[in-house]
Write a protein that binds this ligand. Sequence first.
Ligand code: TXA
Ligand code: MG
Length: 345
Amino acid sequence: MKTSVLSTQDTQAVPTGAQLIRAGGLVAFPTETVYGLGADGLNGAAVDRIFAAKGRPNDNPLILHVAEKQDAFSLWDGEPPYARALMDTFWPGPLTLIYRRAPIVPDQVTAGLDTVAVRMPDSAAARALIAASGVPIAAPSANLSGKPSPTTAQHVLDDMDGRIPLILDGGPCRYGVESTVLSLAGAPTILRPGAVTPEMLAAVIGEVALAPSILSPLKAGETVASPGMKYKHYAPNAQVLVVVGEPKAAAARISALYDQFAGAGKRVRIAATAEAAPFYGSRSIALLGTRQDPTTLCSRLFGLLRELDREADVILCEGVGTAGTGLAFMNRLLRSAGFHVEYLP
Ligand code: TXA
Ligand code: MG
């Protein structure tokens, strides 16, 4: 299959994409978080094609994307508690809400669960595509299963060339990490952190719980609220190792690891924060951004992992604190490292 790329500026982009979606095909499209791989969310056979193209385990449910707030209510069985206030504050935007599913939602979307995840993206191109398709669009991130999520159309092409007919190119994604996933099926619980932080949610609906798997691997026998959490995730081919500590101490430890791996003949790259950059001596580093602004760290992470993966066997990366969007950054980074992390005293 030949994969075409159309700019979202091209007047043919949205109509061509919508026609493919209505015909049961796949279209990769930009959102403010990461690129999505979309199909008609009410057509089970179309949704099956998403799993095939990504190589995604079919027990991992998908998010339905809507163009208007009111469209969410036809997908849920009744009105979720807190939903109106959350939608008024954060939609369109990077917040996904989970609640009991309505019967029209196909089993392929929910992977057999009795709940469904819904979000309204804050990307004009994404909403235009959904509106023109006339159906909710089911879309996971548009990467091969297990790889870092795509934040540019080129990343999508790198993973999906020959597997899907069309990529809509809307430039780099603003946030660069996927939406916050909040379950409203019981007490409000964050299953996956994102740009809408626990602090921001608490300001609207009071304290929310955090799923235990956000910053730690699943323990044997533990069941998981969000099936996506149990798989190897966001991982480049290179081994990622994380060191969390004050800038000077983290740089010293990473420098020691660097010398050790380089001495053993490995190709090593360092992903550093601006605060620690002065402490790496003559070792070359790739700059992630400043610890003062974890939102920028989030937006750079997946792209940098993909970039460094081309030239390294081992990627040594600094971790940061988990306040604000630092939680989303650490959630993705620790998974990309398969939880290979050192916390310095
Ligand atoms: O920002 C995003 O959310 C992007 C863009 C494309 O919208 N989409 C995205 O989809 O990240 P995906 O499939 O890569 O991640 C969806 C996550 C997975 O961890 C999945 O297990 C979880 O949401 N999820 C979906 N439906 C669920 C449900 N009913 N119950 C629990 N977890 C669910
Ligand atoms: Mg994903």
